[in-house]
Design a protein around this ligand. Structure first.
Ligand code: Z16
Length: 830
């Protein structure tokens, strides 16, 4: 009701209203009373209290968008690495203080309640977290948007460390219930697999194809509301869960094979069981392709259903929707939308192709050749026979065009084909995504240039206007306001609370960079974050670290191209100098590592073991451990990340130039006042430009130097022979010192470095060591360092995901904000 006071409104925001609602939820939703409530019950009651406040915004938003027939962004992503929801939702609703007060009145501690929440880790790393940041910004910018994805029962595995080795445990995020999702049992779509196709003639005498599948299952929707910050817009994240159909397996059922049908049911429900834990190299597993097709088919059917509720036919589909393909994982959507238009809606090829090409846009996230998805034609045709036919037809028409355009260049035509010819013929998903989209973008300026000049070169020559750059961004709500309350306080005092919506306002820090009193406040902020991290590390690992020391941090997936082992070479060099009594960097340092290795990636797992082995030797040695400590934070995830980024003095972004598409951790670190030691790779290039070259520790070969070095016949062995300290460092690794006398344990790593070194660690080693020494020196100039730290935060507002989403809206999606205001909502209940 209009004008009802907050006290009388069921979903009021005052501490009193929150308390009443909390007590209600405890009783009516959790069915618990105070004396027997567990900490988890308290969390659930708090979550339902907050959810009620989200739902009224959400319903009102859906109504507003629907009435306006709003053009809608559909973000198709196999991963969403959301992280815990409660704290973020309190921030976006603007009720953190109210909630803290309410909790205190009831004798509870808000932080303890927040800590109860398990992490929805439905992603591997950067790509999944990017999708989550983009959902936050889409809602905050009032953009009508839906995130579509998979409701994995088990997200990314939990990592524990046993004897220095990574051990994977099954993630169980759903076992205690998920208060944020609304199951929609009636919102189901059929998804088919296998079988064969048959030609037939329809009632108008037209040639048609019928797919006779072998298996049919259903996708059921689970909806999660996504709040915007400081607005009432609340968007939808719709994740699909696989269930068997009523007659589980058409074939088996007809034959009366009940147990066969039971097996088919189990197989159907396996589709959304577990996230594939590989970040860059694709697994190429059949179940993975099933997952991709499953969620894409449900999502497109859902979009069509919504469209046809308001339009007589599919003609205007591409005007109603812009569908973004987050990497090639959902790129089967191109063939599926064609199939739905042709086979289910009776359209002709040209009309279907027009709609398809104008609906999709594709984001590339990697240039690593081993990570570019391709599927064997045989597997593809067995699972999706109709889609393979459609892809062949798209390809036939595309190749005809190419032959007309390049009549004397058959090699180019073969390079561009959707099918890779060879002993095993394969479908090239990046080509399918590019041909079937109106826009293709990379995720950082240098990466987008490399997309155009390398993997997509021929396509760029054909369609130069199709290619764009949108540099990634991260949400300042989670990665500054939530993670770093002290920094948030500093900026809010200077710029007012509005900076969280307009991160460029971080610039108000800039004039204070040299102010002594301000610097002290800044140092206290860093110190508090470092103490929090130290306490957490002590709790998790028993390791004791000194918050006075330089916190030098590398957290990200473990991968050879990210070169965690280059960082280790530096650490062992420092150790070696101290042991030799040589003059060495007098700055005490704590090296912090964190990150998961793909379970099948042997070298990455060996790097984790090496980190622990080096840590063990260094941390135990009293001659060294006053100046060096090495720790590994187990189970790097969003929750841990929030505690790590604010505590960093130095951020390690040391990938081989040309290999890291963008990186997003690099942005989170520098926004929180860490300086970067990094290569000219991914978004590092733009970060260095934004913060100023003098506030960034640059080292290493550039992309063209990397290319030249490799082309000229790179010989790491010669660098090893020519550099005494490097040789001694590598020899130490081979001596058994770090492996209880076993000289072979780390041989695969050292051999790889000495024989091939595909990521050029040895080539970059001298520059890295020298630059690290400069960073160590700079840290001892407290005022100078603090100034650089302040300028890093002040100048990185442009890496807000709000800026990135604005660019997508303008350059790619052509969609406008549609603000939603609860004030006009008559449905609000008193
Ligand atoms: C992923 O996280 C990324 C690329 C990819 O092909 C697959 C996955 Cl799961 C990462 C990039 O490695 C990283 O540079 C980038 O910042 C991130 O995607 C978001 O664009």
């Amino acid at each position: 009701m209009h004008g009802s006071s907050d006290e009388r409104t069921r979903t009021g925001m005052s501490p009193e209203a929150l308390k009443r609602a909390f007590v209600d939820s405890m009783f009516y939703v959790q069915a618990r009373y105070w004396e027997v409530a567990t900490p988890h019950d308290l969390y659930m009651a708090a979550a339902y209290t907050v959810r009620d406040r989200m739902l009224e915004r959400w319903i009102h938003t859906a109504e507003t968008y629907r009435k306006a027939h709003a053009r809608t962004v559909c973000y198709l992503s196999a991963e969403y690495l959301l992280g815990p929801q409660l704290g973020n939702n309190l921030i976006n609703l603007g009720i953190v203080d109210s909630a803290r007060q309410g909790a205190r009145d009831l004798g509870m501690d808000l932080q303890e309640i927040l800590d109860q929440e398990p992490e929805p880790g439905l992603g591997n790393g950067g790509l999944g977290r990017l999708a989550a940041c983009y959902l936050d910004s889409l809602a905050t910018l009032s953009i009508p948007a839906i995130g579509y994805g998979i409701r994995y029962e088990h997200g990314i595995f939990d990592q524990s460390i046993v004897d220095g080795w990574q051990v994977e445990d099954c993630d169980l995020w759903l076992t205690n219930g998920n208060p944020w999702e609304i199951p929609r049992p009636l919102l189901r779509f059929p998804v088919r697999f296998g079988g064969h196709t048959e030609p037939y003639t329809d009632e108008h005498g037209r040639f048609r194809v019928r797919w006779v599948p072998e298996l049919e299952l259903y996708g059921m929707a689970y909806d999660t509301p996504i709040l915007g910050f400081g607005v009432d817009n609340t968007n939808l994240l719709r994740l699909w869960h696989a269930t068997a159909g009523r007659s589980f397996d058409l074939q088996a059922f007809q034959k009366g094979d009940y147990y066969g049908a039971v097996n088919a049911k189990v197989a159907a429900e396996n589709i959304t069981k577990v996230l594939y834990p590989n970040d860059e190299p694709e697994a190429g597993k059949e179940l993975r392709l099933k997952q991709q097709y499953f969620f894409v088919s449900c999502s497109l059917q859902d979009m069509m259903r919504a469209h046809l509720q308001q339009a007589p036919n599919l003609e205007g589909f591409h005007e109603r929707y812009a569908a973004q393909l987050n990497d090639t994982h959902p790129s089967i959507a191109v063939a599926e939308l064609m199939r739905l238009c042709l086979d289910e809606h009776g359209m002709d090829w040209e009309a279907a192709w027009e709609i398809t090409r104008r609906t999709f846009a594709y984001t590339n996230h990697t240039l690593l050749p081993e990570a570019l998805e391709t599927w064997p034609v045989e597997l593809f045709g067995r699972l999706l026979p109709r889609h393979l036919e459609i892809i062949y037809e798209i390809n036939a028409r595309f190749l005809d065009e190419l032959r007309m355009r390049y009549p004397f260049d058959p090699e180019r035509v073969a390079r561009m084909s959707l099918i890779e010819e060879g002993p095993v013929r394969r479908v090239r998903m990046a080509h399918l995504a590019t041909v079937g989209s109106f826009a293709v973008n990379g995720v950082a300026a240098i990466h987008s240039e490399l997309v155009k000049s390398t993997v997509m070169r021929d396509f760029h020559e054909l369609w130069p206007e199709k290619f764009h750059n949108v540099t990634n961004g991260v949400t300042p709500r989670r990665f500054v306001q939530l993670s770093n309350p002290e920094l948030c306080g500093i900026v809010t005092d200077l710029a007012g609370p509005g900076w969280v919506r307009d991160a460029e306002n971080l610039r108000t820090l800039e004039p204070h960079a040299d102010d002594a009193a301000f610097q002290q406040r800044w140092q206290a902020m860093k110190r508090a974050a470092k103490e929090r991290l130290a306490a957490r590390i002590r709790e998790a690992t028993g390791a004791v670290i000194d918050p006075q020391s330089l916190f030098d941090i590398q957290v990200k997936r473990i991968h050879e191209y990210k070169r965690q082992h280059l960082n280790l070479l530096h650490i062992v060099a420092l150790y070696h100098r101290i042991k030799q009594g040589a003059d060495s960097d007098p700055t005490p340092r704590t090296f912090v590592f964190g990150g998961k290795a793909a379970p099948g990636y042997f070298m990455a797992k060996l790097i984790i073991k090496l980190i622990h082995s080096v840590a063990e030797v260094i941390n135990r040695d009293p001659e060294v451990n006053e100046r060096l400590r090495v720790v590994f934070v187990p189970n790097f995830n969003v929750k841990n990340a929030e505690c790590i980024y604010p505590a960093a003095d130095l951020s390690e972004q040391i990938s081989t130039a040309g290999k890291e598409a963008s990186g997003t951790g690099n942005m989170k670190f520098s926004m929180n006042g860490a300086l970067t030691i990094g290569t000219l790779d991914g978004a590092n290039v733009e970060i260095r430009h934004a913060v100023g070259h003098e506030n960034f520790f640059l080292f290493g070969l550039t992309v063209s130097e990397v290319e030249r070095t490799l082309a000229e016949g790179y010989c790491p062995w010669e660098i090893y022979r020519g550099n005494d300290e490097l040789r001694e460092v590598i020899d130490l690794l081979r001596s058994g010192l770090f492996s209880h006398g076993d000289p072979d344990l780390f041989r695969p790593l050292t051999d790889s470095l000495l024989q091939h070194d595909p990521y050029l660690l040895l080539a970059d080693y001298p520059a890295y060591i020298e630059t690290q020494a400069r960073a160590g020196d700079a840290f001892r100039d407290v005022a100078g360092w603090t100034r650089m730290s302040i300028l890093n935060s002040a100048r990185t507002g442009c890496f807000s995901s709000d800026r990135a989403i604005r660019e997508y809206c303008g350059k790619i999606w052509r969609v406008e904000p549609m603000p939603v205001s609860l004030a006009t909502n008559d449905a609000r209940v008193s």
